[in-house]
Design a protein around this ligand. Structure first.
Ligand SMILES: [Zn+2]
Length: 97
């Protein structure tokens, strides 16, 4: 399935419908992730995508790496902070508290 989608995308980008382009974005495009070095009032250190409106200032964030999914970023963030959690705005899929 994945290789088939990649083939279609390479062959002719215009044939890809919205659902497929979403699939493509989720599986293949890397995004920079950061964790807030300052804990939230509840003790969580929030993980953000580089494009998030709530991304902390450079002095208050730690670069985690480039990942295709926020789940990978969360795993890395947990090496630094036991209480790492996804930002509700940019990473709702890993937001728990
Ligand atoms: Zn965010």
């Amino acid at each position: 399935m994945i290789s088939w989608v990649k083939y279609i995308l390479t062959k002719d980008n215009t044939k890809v419908n919205a659902g497929m382009s979403l699939f493509f974005r989720e599986e293949n495009v890397t995004m920079r992730f950061y964790v807030n070095t300052n804990a939230q009032p509840n003790g969580d250190h929030e993980v953000h995508r580089a494009t998030c409106a709530w991304l902390p200032a450079p002095e208050n964030r730690l670069y985690l790496g480039d990942f295709t999914s926020s789940y990978e970023a969360l795993l890395v963030a947990k090496r630094y902070y036991n209480r790492a959690d996804g930002c509700a705005y940019c990473c709702p899929e890993i937001h728990h508290s």
